[in-house]
Design a protein around this ligand. Structure first.
Ligand code: SF4
Ligand code: SF4
Ligand code: SF4
Length: 377
């Protein structure tokens, strides 16, 4: 086999396009190089140092996300040196903040014992809200690294909860910068940044104000990309664990873009919405309406029975009575004034499928094109 540009990864040879990074070539060929700060489609920084790999003949390890693939280099992604480096980095992350989850070593040395004990603690608010759904925790398990719960001290920055959507827990932030990249390069909002580029210790919004007083539009992109429990949806924090939910893919019905989203459903109720990564048209991004505007679905104020207005007052009616009345009235209007005397208003708050049925009914049954919908929240 001959390739114009070829690179060896773990002893296998792969072709690459000029400009591709080692990480991109590896991922394209299903080789898992872990990372915490890498965010597809944004500028690679190599800041977390988790994606380090060993390149034959080079003295230092290289970050795969920011090192271009080169012809004839030979790369090892899980050599003992690489693993030792990742373990050290993970230990530093775990020691850097309030990482009091299953990766704490205060439970003992044995991993099975540790996991069994942690299961009992699941309801505890002491435990992290994203326990079981955290990239740092996954990697700590993968490389069998523990932190030290005893060493956790008071953290200098208070948790921020003064907005309806996002809880910012700085004590769990590992300063990976994914939220900054997502806000700046994907959503192009520029609402957040590191407090100082040289020695960052906090992600801040506009002169270190609360998100609600900044340029933040609450699109929630930063939550979706945060690999740890530093950014969490306010409504579900400690109320919903990831394994209690099932994901249902659907299309957002708020506007005509057609964003692909997952509804996270617990006990038949939507508890969270996330964007579907890697598919058109939104590639995982959503706006504030798509991500947070779903509470109306389970609102107590929703009508559950048809209402018929008589003498200026509504009374409850059966579906049969209501549909018969509407059919009768629509037929009368149509025969007297023609189909274009009728207009149908649907809603952005119903599903695409329901809007589709409304459009079919309007055009195919009523024979008019007078159909529109209101997209306000
Ligand atoms: S953020 Fe991750 S590593 Fe830290 S406590 Fe939470 S689950 Fe554990
Ligand atoms: S919610 Fe959106 S705009 Fe606000 S900080 Fe996060 S990514 Fe930026
Ligand atoms: S808030 Fe999350 S995404 Fe942002 S820097 Fe901290 S850990 Fe990374």
């Amino acid at each position: 086999m001959t390739f114009q540009n070829k690179i060896s990864i773990n002893g296998n040879t792969f072709a690459f396009e000029p400009g591709e990074t080692i990480l991109e070539v590896a991922h394209r060929n299903n080789i898992d190089i872990p990372s915490l700060c890498h965010l597809k489609g944004t500028t690679p920084t190599g800041s977390c140092q988790i994606c380090v790999v060993q390149i034959a003949g080079r003295p230092d390890l290289a970050t795969a996300c920011s090192t271009p693939a080169e012809n004839d280099i030979s790369v090892l992604t899980e050599s003992p040196r690489v693993i030792a480096s990742r373990k050290n980095t993970l230990k530093t992350f775990l020691a850097s903040g309030n990482h009091n989850c299953a990766v704490s070593d205060s439970y003992g040395k044995d991993w099975t014992e540790l996991q069994l004990k942690v299961q009992k603690d699941d309801e505890s608010k002491e435990l992290c809200p994203v326990w079981g759904d955290c990239r740092l925790q996954d990697l700590a398990y993968r490389y069998q690294v523990t932190g030290n719960r005893e060493r956790i001290t008071e953290f200098p920055y208070k948790m921020e909860t003064v907005n309806p959507f996002i809880v910012r827990d700085f004590s769990r932030c590992i300063l990976c910068g994914r939220c900054v990249k997502a806000c700046r390069e994907i959503q192009v909002n520029n609402a957040i940044d590191f407090n100082t580029p040289e020695h960052p210790s906090k992600i801040i919004a506009k002169d270190d104000q609360a998100l609600k007083d900044s340029d933040c539009v609450f699109c929630g992109e930063c939550i979706q990309v945060c690999p740890v429990g530093a950014l969490v949806e306010k409504d579900i924090r400690y109320h919903v664990r990831q394994w209690d939910t099932r994901k249902v893919r659907t299309t957002c019905s708020y506007c005509g873009v057609g964003c692909q989203m997952f509804l996270h459903v617990k006990d038949n109720r939507i508890v969270k919405v996330s964007g579907v990564e890697g598919v058109e048209p939104n590639h995982g991004s959503l706006c504030v309406k798509g991500r947070f505007g779903f509470n109306f679905v389970h609102s107590q104020d929703r009508l559950t029975m048809p209402l018929i207005k008589e003498n200026g007052k509504f009374r409850e009616a059966s579906w049969e009575e209501a549909t018969n009345l509407v059919a009768e009235k629509l037929k009368a209007i149509k025969s007297k004034n023609g189909p274009d005397a009728i207009g149908v208003l649907t809603s952005a708050r119903v599903s695409n499928e329901e809007n589709y049925i409304a459009h079919k009914f309007t055009r195919a049954v009523l024979k008019t094109n007078n159909i529109d919908h209101c997209a306000r929240l």
